[in-house]
Unconditional design. Structure first.
Length: 232
């Protein structure tokens, strides 16, 4: 039974990856194109859903525990900012997937909203590195370290931070670096695989066996000349 012909305009992941490798004028452009291709796959959708839940959780923790991090009052604010930006950005990403690719106007509108959001996120990411990693050597997150004795009186510990606040912020920042490294390695591996596969395809072209082999016939004049007897 013959298989259905592939619908035009629909390509598999590896076909899109090969096209991106051939059409990109550099590795930076290739990584951006591959990130866009990956974001519209099922895996990309799952990552967006996870990316929607984690910022929402960070926003809730930042609001509830906003006064429980005296080591640096900006860490809960960082969680709130990252939570708001992450929820909006992930929602826009899911909305973009639900939008038809032919709706260019809507696609551009979503992209225009995501660009300033990415810039604001990057600013808070840099500030978060300063606030969170800067307090790593002196932060105390144990329940018994919430207060300290000064001249026989229990006073709030200035180095205390609620464990959910500090370690969630630490986890979010660290995971960004981990995902960047893993994503870079995956993109390099995919690029090498696609390049190798294309090279092998060029060296060993596929021959269609369904086409009839060409036949060579002699010219009629030549055939008639050979059939005539030689003069005596």
């Amino acid at each position: 039974m013959a298989s259905d012909p592939e619908q035009p305009g629909k390509k598999g992941f590896w076909d899109q990856a090969r096209d991106a490798r051939h059409n990109s004028d550099g590795w930076v452009r290739y990584f951006i194109t591959m990130a866009t291709i990956t974001s519209i796959t099922a895996c990309g959708t799952c990552l967006m859903v996870i990316g929607l839940l984690i910022p929402l959780f960070a926003f809730i923790i930042g609001v509830v525990k906003i006064d429980e991090c005296p080591v640096n009052d900006n860490i809960p604010i960082y969680l709130i900012a990252v939570g708001v930006i992450g929820v909006i950005s992930s929602s826009l990403g899911l909305w973009r997937q639900c939008t038809s690719p032919e709706d260019v106007k809507m696609q551009r509108c979503i992209a225009c909203i995501q660009c300033p959001l990415t810039l604001v996120w990057f600013i808070f990411f840099v500030l978060g590195n300063i606030w969170v990693y800067g307090a790593l050597d002196e932060v105390e997150t144990g329940d018994e370290e919430k207060t300290m004795l000064v001249k026989g009186k229990s006073v709030p510990n200035p180095n205390y931070c609620h464990p959910w606040v500090y370690w969630l912020a630490f986890f979010i920042i660290t995971m960004v670096y981990v995902m960047l490294v893993v994503g870079f390695c995956v993109m390099c591996a995919v690029g090498c695989y696609v390049a190798k596969k294309s090279e092998l395809a060029e060296q060993n072209p596929i021959i269609n066996n369904d086409e009839p082999a060409p036949t060579y016939t002699e010219e009629p004049e030549r055939a008639e000349a050979e059939q005539k007897p030689l003069p005596q």
